[in-house]
Write a protein that binds this ligand. Structure first.
Ligand SMILES: [Zn+2]
Length: 290
């Protein structure tokens, strides 16, 4: 797949507080606004359903092209490839394919999704089901001629969710168009705050190099925000002003530079996505200019 850029790309997921405060109301205004802020990418969420008309998406896609902003989408949260109920698994396939159809209208290349939830099954069963249903989804994506788009299974933050780093790596081996979305806030939540040093981040990147190779690792999708966690994992998204939960971006920035990574990095902070995306971009720029 070609979806490489020569450097890491930074941007927000969703409308943040500043976008609204500065008088903007609709996503159509987002590409120009982000370009003025010096950012590169925007993730549009279909969290509660794919409800954007083709017309609106095309208009946003045209603005994104005009201002050089790369669009991605987040598929609905109700996707559950681990479901034991056939209709729910089938619907999950439809949620993913309809997200991809909409992504095309946005002129984007990447669609992030949450793989599934255990429910009452043992973990191994839940993951085996996730793989089976996701393979069916990939076949359907190919049938529809949408396999030139990239789907990104996300690493999840709660124990009961499918999407540990190893599971996401395995899902990424199932198709050439499957790239990882590593949500480092989720990984940190699941591991109870274990992502602290450069080595902690490097170990994850090494696992990816081993499991899915250089191209997919270097061009992975990233969600980076600080997240509050408890015994069962993720509780809620915070902002970069948090100093308790982490993770901090600096150690990961070092890993990006040392490994020549060119990920797409989205901030999912609670209300400060644009500002925190810029902070990450500045941290990275300072490192490479030194
Ligand atoms: Zn997500």
């Amino acid at each position: 797949m070609e979806n490489q850029s020569s450097k890491p790309l930074f941007g927000p997921s969703g409308h943040d507080e500043t976008f609204v405060k500065e008088g903007n109301t609709v996503t159509l205004q987002m590409p120009k606004w982000l370009r003025d802020k010096g950012l590169d990418i925007f993730e549009y969420s279909f969290g509660r359903g794919v409800r954007t008309s083709a017309e609106t998406a095309e208009a946003i896609g045209a603005e994104a092209d005009k201002y050089g902003i790369e669009m991605s989408v987040h598929a609905p949260y109700f996707i559950n490839f681990a479901s034991t109920e056939q209709d729910k698994a089938d619907n999950s396939i439809t949620y993913l394919t309809s997200s991809l159809k909409a992504l095309k209208h946005f002129h984007g290349r990447r669609c992030v999704f949450h793989p599934g939830a255990e429910g009452k099954q043992p973990r191994a069963e839940a993951f085996a089901r996730t793989k089976d249903n996701f393979c069916r989804a990939l076949a359907e994506i190919e049938n529809l001629g949408l396999d030139n788009l990239i789907v990104c299974p996300e690493t999840m933050g709660k124990q009961a969710q499918v999407g540990a780093v190893d599971e996401v790596i395995e899902l990424c081996t199932l198709g050439k168009n499957v790239y990882p979305c590593v949500d480092f806030g989720h990984v940190n939540s699941l591991l109870q705050g274990a992502l602290k040093t450069e080595d902690d981040f490097q170990r994850i990147i090494d696992k990816m190099f081993d499991g899915i190779g250089e191209e997919k690792t270097k061009n992975m999708h990233v969600h980076f925000s600080k997240i509050q966690y408890g015994a069962k994992g993720e509780i809620r998204h915070l902002t970069f002003s948090d100093s308790v939960y982490g993770p901090e971006f600096e150690p990961f920035a070092n890993v990006i530079v040392k490994n020549n990574l060119t990920p797409h990095i989205l901030s999912e902070s609670a209300g400060t996505q644009m500002t925190d995306a810029r902070t990450m971009q500045q941290i990275y720029n300072q490192l490479i200019n030194n």
